[in-house]
Design a protein around this ligand. Structure first.
Ligand code: PGA
Length: 245
């Protein structure tokens, strides 16, 4: 089982270090039987890498985005090679906030997925339908279209261990309504039938609903936002999910 978090635009380097120190204490007392991953903001990646290594913690480290080009005149951007050098082994791509706020299209995301996999990093591809697609009964069609476009031309080893995170847009964030396992089961099954990849669920996951997504939603893990902004929160979700197995 794979359980992780993106901190989005939260945590300074100092609070990132404190987070990993606390996580190390929690894991030492009772090691969770799952793979954990953390996606800090760019500025904290190296801090988290150093802290994980200092504690001997085997936790995957990811970036929240990168550019498709390897280098060049792209002000404000970072490349896959740069986040790899900083210590990442995976890169989150296509989150709905980036699609919505930074106008990322399926084509842009596909180019990033290719660049990340070619750099030897695992793409963590986010897909999800919005409320109107869901209401129109087009959730599966929308999500499959997003995933097919983003993964176009990549198969087998070229996918480099890609992971799909199914995150319905209407379930994400403070304005979201958590999905139920019943809401997600059909989409998760369709993704798994179409792609030989692990599928995570994300969107208002917390320590009260995590178990149900694992037992009844058919997912291979969870991608957590707000509830994992503290190490105790992340471990609360992980323990709840693990208890369900
Ligand atoms: P949330 O975020 O858990 O705060 O809803 C989830 C996500 O955006 O992945």
């Amino acid at each position: 089982m794979l359980i992780g978090t993106s901190w989005k635009m939260n945590h300074t380097r100092a609070s990132a270090k404190a987070y990993v120190d606390r996580l190390a204490a929690l894991c030492r007392d009772d090691p969770p039987n799952c793979t954990l991953f953390l996606c800090p903001p760019f500025t904290a990646i190296e801090t988290v890498r150093t802290a994980l290594d200092a504690h001997g913690l085997d936790i995957l480290l990811g970036a929240q985005n990168c550019h498709a080009a390897s280098e060049g005149a792209f002000t404000g951007e970072v490349s896959a090679a740069m986040v790899k050098e900083a210590g990442c082994t995976l890169v989150e791509l296509g989150h709905s906030e980036r699609r919505r706020d930074f106008c990322e299209t399926d084509g842009v995301i596909a180019a990033k997925v290719k660049a990340v996999a070619a750099e030897g990093l695992r793409p963590l591809l986010c897909v999800g339908e919005d409320r109107s697609d869901r209401t129109a009964g087009a959730a599966i069609e929308t999500v499959l279209r997003q995933a097919k476009r983003a993964l176009h031309g990549l198969e087998g080893p070229a996918l480099n261990g890609a992971i799909i995170a199914y995150e319905p847009v209407w379930a994400i964030g403070v304005d979201g309504t958590a999905a139920t396992p019943n809401d997600i089961g059909g989409v998760v099954a369709a993704l798994k039938a179409a792609f030989p990849l692990p599928v995570l669920y994300g969107g208002s996951v917390d320590d009260t609903n995590a178990a149900a997504f694992i037992t009844d939603g058919g997912v291979d893990g969870l991608f957590v936002g707000r509830a994992a902004l503290t190490a105790d929160g992340l471990m609360g979700v992980a323990r709840n999910a693990l208890a369900a197995r």
